[in-house]
Structures are given as C-alpha cells and as structure tokens.
Design a protein around this ligand. Structure first.
Ligand code: ADP
Length: 493
C-alpha cells in the first residue's frame, strides 16, 4: 500500500493542508481562510482556536480529496507563520487572549526601551536578530503583564507559551507534547542560537519563566503521535519548521551558499551558511535553518517589505492592470522602462538600507512614459530590491551561483528573466512551487525513512524552468546604477 505525508501549512491568512507522495508530488490540497482581527491601528490578532479548527478541517479535507485515510499517512509535518504568539491555560486548553501576530506593532515601545537600556548588541549576538516588536519576546511579556502580572501561573507551568507550530502540536497530541523546533525557537528573541538553548539572561530581561516554554527538539525528529480520535489512527508527527526555513528546505537548498527567494506580498530571501552562524555587517538576520541529528544549519535572512504587493497596488489603487498575472504581458509591450524607476518603499526600506521613514517614489518620467513603462518598472523594482538583499549576502558570505525561487509572483516569466539578468546568475523555478509545505513534508518523511536521504530529496527536485542570464554586463551596470540613483532620490525626499 502506498503511503503519503500530510503537511500542515499554517499561514498568516489561511490554514492549508497538502498531501505529498513518495516522489515529492502534490496529491491534494485543501485551504481555509481564518479571521484577521485589527482591534487598534497597527495591532493584528488571530483566534488560536480558529487556527486549530480550520487546520484540522483542511487536514481531513485534504485526505478525503486524496481518497485516503489516516492509516495511509506515514507522518505529519508542520510549517507555520513564525513569531506569532499564543499563551494558553494548560488545564482548559484555552488561550488567555487572542494570538498576537508577527505583524502587530503594539510592543514597539517595549523594544525602544530595551534598546535605550543598551541591550541591542547583546540581543543581536545571542539571538542573531535585530531587536524588534516582530519577534515573540515582547509579545509574551505583553500578555503576561496583563494575564499573569506576578508570573505565578506561568512559573508553575499552568500557562504555556507556543508559536503556532507548538500550539498545533499540543492540540494534535491531545496536550501530551509541548515542543517546538530551533527554526521557530530562534524567532522568539529568547533563544541563544550559539548555545541552542533558551537564554536565561533574556528570559530575565523579558520576565518570561522558562517553565512555560516548549522543549526544543530537532526539526526532523520525534514530536509524538496524534490523538487517535483525530484521524482514526495515531499518526507520527516528525517534522517542524518555520515557514521561510521550511521553504528553503523544500527547495532542497541544503548546502552552504544555496539561496532561495519567495516572491509573495513581500520577498523573503534566505541563504544557507552551513554550520556557521554568520554575523551580518549589512543588517541581515542570522537565524537557524534546521537541526537534523546533531547538525545545526544556519541561514542569513533578509526581506523586501513590498514585493508582489506593488503589483496589487497597480491593480487596486492605480487600476492600470486588471490582474496580477496581466503585469507580465503589459510589461512586455515595451522594450524597456524608458528610464523610469519605481521605488515602492510604501512602508520604508528594509535590508540593507533600514530606512523606515523613506516613502515610495517614481523617477525618470518623460512625456513618452506610459502605463506599460510603469508596470515594467514595478516588476523590475521587485528584482532590484531582491538584488540589494542578495548583494548584501554576497558581501557577508562570498559568491553565489544560482537562485531558487517560489511564491505567487515567481509565476511571472518576465520578472524571473529580469531577476536572472540583473543578478547575472541562473534563476531556477521548481515544478512544485509549494516549497513551504514540501519542506515540512520532507523534514517529516526524512525522519521516518519515507524519504531516504537529503541527496535523494535533492535528486527528486524537478525544475519547471531555469532562467539563464542574457543581459550584457554594460546594460546590467547601467540599470543597477539607475536603480541606485532612484533609491538615493527616495532617501533624499
Ligand atoms: P502571500 O503568501 O504573501 O500571500 P503569494 O505567494 O500568494 O503571497 O503571492 C501573492 C502576491 O504575488 C501578490 O502580491 C500578487 O500581487 C503577486 N503576484 C501573483 N501572481 C503574480 C504574477 N503573475 N506577476 C506578478 N505578481 C504576481
């Protein structure tokens, strides 16, 4: 009887479940959106119970669509939106309040205060992160300050903390397993990525008792079995990784120097730096990719805030394209942007510029510029911004030979070709662009022997298309210089 891996992809806006076969091919997909709560400007919350129930529903739906049952599932892998924070009561299983989502800015002032006390450097060194409200530490503190001000309940283990992977795992195992993996732990800003343990000094600083934290187990390892009531038979859970690291794993970017870019609303670029945590001199994050056996793989991470979102803006605000996919055709109606550059810094500039107050701009307009030039400039901007991050990685680490891509906007052939041209390296788009879910499935299947080895996984990766660079060097430098001027123009406004 053929067996399958069930992958849980717990995203920011929807719960998804995907069934994979032994060839890493998708057999079925089910997806359900859940509610986003915005109780105040810049606050974002989720109902953790709704995440659990939608995740369970889609898992059952995916099995049904595949025509299989729990008994046909070899193992479960989990991947998740990172940093989002849940605190729940161990006895009732109920969260004490809504989950605080990674995007939520409510704890920005706690971060400012900690920076002003001079903690920035120590946090960077221990966690590899740049102190920010984005990460879980200040979110846990915020919840405890309101629901357990003297920390009595969290100190005696009555209250538990988890990121979404941990919350799902705890529910899947009927409360038997309270654990996470290092790729999620390292995004809490409480985990020492060199010692690979929760950091006592940081736990003190944020007033978070160790007792409430999950045990950190290998990303490909034993996380217990599902309660028999859920899928009729117990299923082993053997893989967990945060979404971006899972995508890197799903891309089979296993070796030092391998890089992937996920082109979604924003772009997330991760480079495998092997067993070495590289401290960036260019404002990138140092984080854990995964731990398998006794080997830790580290990554450098940089993100572009506005990636595919600039295409949504062209569609919804400027109304010059009718769908995101149309941008490809429109951009190709002109030979170039006629000197137009678009810097979509709607929410400031991220790595490597780190200028939160810069705003977007379009420069180089002439009387002949039309909407096609602007659409083309917007697509090129996604590639230029990604190049800026990748160049920063190159400065920190060295050479780069190719780029693996996934995410919604990686479907755009014009964008992928321009990305290859402007970087001067091949861009590889796999047949399975569900890299995140595939990464969790691969971690799970690797532990049970369903997938034999990482080399086998790599050999099983199929490319849909490889975009070879074809732009000449002069043109590449000219365009890069133009982009740089546009960035400087945006910064000078
Ligand atoms: P997320 O996971 O962040 O929601 P997705 O991976 O689903 O994002 O990708 C959606 C984003 O990609 C949207 O911002 C959309 O504008 C953009 N996008 C989707 N298809 C295309 C395309 N063919 N060309 C350019 N952008 C696209």
């Amino acid at each position: 009887m053929e067996k399958y891996i069930l992958s849980f992809d717990a995203g920011t806006t929807s719960s998804r479940a995907i069934v994979f076969d032994s060839k890493q091919h998708i057999v079925s997909i089910a997806q359900k959106e859940f509610t986003q709560y915005y109780p105040h400007p810049s606050w974002v919350e989720h109902d953790a119970k709704e995440i659990w129930t939608t995740q369970l529903t889609v898992a059952r739906e995916a099995l049904e669509k595949a025509g299989i049952s729990g008994a046909d599932v070899n193992a479960i892998g989990i991947t998740n939106q990172r940093e989002t924070t849940v605190v729940w009561d161990k006895d009732t299983g109920l969260p004490v309040c809504n989950a605080i989502v990674w995007q939520c800015r409510r704890t920005a002032d706690i971060c400012d205060e900690i920076e002003s006390q001079g903690w920035g450097d120590a946090i960077r060194k221990k966690t590899g992160l740049i102190p920010d409200a984005y990460f879980s530490a200040t979110k846990i503190k915020w919840i405890l300050d309101r629901f357990d001000p003297d920390r009595s309940r969290s100190r005696n283990g009555e209250l538990l903390f988890g990121t979404i992977d941990t919350w799902l795992l705890w529910n899947l195992t009927g409360g038997a397993v309270h654990a996470t993996d290092p790729s999620n732990a390292c995004r809490t800003m409480l985990y020492n990525i060199h010692e690979m343990d929760w950091d006592d000094e940081l736990l003190d600083l944020f007033d978070v008792p160790r007792k409430m934290l999950p045990e950190v187990r290998n990303s490909s390892g034993d996380f217990g079995n599902t309660s028999p009531s859920l899928f009729e038979v117990p299923i082993p859970i053997t893989g967990i990784a945060g979404d971006q690291q899972a995508a890197l794993f799903g891309q089979t970017a296993f070796y030092e120097g391998d890089v992937k870019n996920t082109y979604g609303t924003g772009c997330f670029i991760l480079m495998n730096t092997g067993e070495r945590p590289v401290a960036s001199r260019n404002g990138l994050l140092t984080t854990v990719g995964w731990r398998i056996g006794d080997k830790v793989t580290y990554v450098l991470e940089g993100s572009v805030f506005i990636g595919g979102a600039v295409i949504q803006w062209l569609r919804d605000e400027l109304c010059i394209i009718s769908s995101a996919a149309d941008s490809e055709l429109e951009a190709q109606k002109v030979a170039d942007t006629a000197g137009v550059y678009f810097v979509p810094a709607f929410t400031g500039l991220g790595a490597p510029h780190w200028e939160p107050d810069v705003r977007g701009t379009i420069v180089g307009l002439t009387r002949g510029a039309n909407r096609n030039h602007i659409v083309r400039a917007a697509l090129e901007a996604i590639a230029f911004q990604s190049k800026d991050v990748i160049e920063a990685m190159k400065q920190d680490v060295g050479v780069l030979t190719s780029l693996d891509v996934d995410g919604g906007a990686s479907a755009n052939n014009f964008l992928m070709q321009f990305q290859a041209d402007i970087l001067g390296i091949p861009v590889c788009r796999p047949s399975c662009t569900e890299s995140t879910a595939l990464g969790a499935a691969s971690l799970a299947g690797l532990y049970t022997g369903f997938y034999k080895s990482m080399d086998d996984l790599k050999a099983g990766r199929e490319n849909d298309r490889v975009f070879m660079p074809s732009m000449d060097e002069n043109m590449r430098s000219e365009l890069t210089e133009g982009w740089q001027k546009a960035i400087n123009a945006a910064k000078s406004l």
